[in-house]
Design a protein around this ligand. Structure first.
Ligand SMILES: [Zn+2]
Length: 237
């Protein structure tokens, strides 16, 4: 019996490794997903910036056209100055010219403002695009690595399961079934040591008489508190 208890204790070490590898199988695809969504966020940012840039360019062109038309207007007014007959008409025309010129100045300022905005946005757009390209390259390599890891984890799990089944095949049926039931229920801790009369699975005291029995390792004894299988070793756990 002692050998069988030792065997399931060793099986548990393998089962813990299986669980750790299975965790990787869940976490690695999540890592890949996160990488993809980071790239997507950058792509979205860039295309948004591009849209805004295009809008600003359109606005700039529109304003330049308006400015041109208004400049024409000023020229027309100015040419009329020589045709007016009365001083009153002359004054009125001067006033119109002044207003139109003020309007032109305002439009010019607005065009400059838009150009500055375009310049800034272009810089940002270009640096983000460059960053994205680099990130895409790095992510591609990293993803390949992670995918290869998933493959190797799959292989490792299969090998570990084989080892586990081999170990359990020589163990008594009741012990094996108890172990299998506990390992899934108790999150990888089905077999526990006892130290100074305390169960190292649930840290509850066990009756002194039972403790003596446990140290003999000659039969299947479950912890009265947590129902785990006792296997006594001098080694600390
Ligand atoms: Zn216990």
């Amino acid at each position: 019996m002692e050998q069988e208890l030792k065997t399931i204790y060793e099986t548990q070490i393998i089962d813990i490794q299986i669980m750790e590898n299975e965790k990787k199988l869940v976490s690695t695809p999540k890592k890949i997903e996160k990488m993809d969504s980071d790239i997507k966020a950058m792509q979205d940012k860039i295309s948004k910036e591009k849209e805004i840039l295009e809008e600003l360019e359109k606005e700039r062109k529109r304003k330049e056209k308006d400015l041109e038309l208004d400049k024409e207007k000023v020229k027309k007014f100015e040419s009329k100055l020589y045709e007016v007959k009365t001083n009153k008409e002359y004054q009125a025309l001067l006033k119109e010219i002044e207003t139109a010129k003020l309007m032109n100045d305002k439009e010019e300022e607005e065009i400059i403002e838009i150009m500055v905005k375009i310049e800034d946005l272009k810089k940002d757009y270009e640096s983000t695009s460059k960053l994205l390209k680099e990130k895409e390259k790095v992510t591609e390599v990293e993803k390949k690595k992670l995918l290869a890891e998933i493959d190797s984890v799959d292989k490792t799990i299969n090998e570990l399961k084989q080892q586990r089944d081999n170990l359990l095949s020589v163990v008594d049926k009741t012990l094996r079934e108890t172990y299998n039931m506990l390992i899934s229920k108790r999150g990888g801790m089905a077999v526990v040591n006892v130290k100074n009369g305390v169960c190292l699975g649930c840290f509850m005291n066990i009756p002194p008489q039972l403790f003596i029995e446990v140290t003999k390792n000659n039969r299947l004894i479950l912890c009265p508190s947590c129902n785990r299988i006792f296997y006594f070793t001098e080694a600390s756990q």
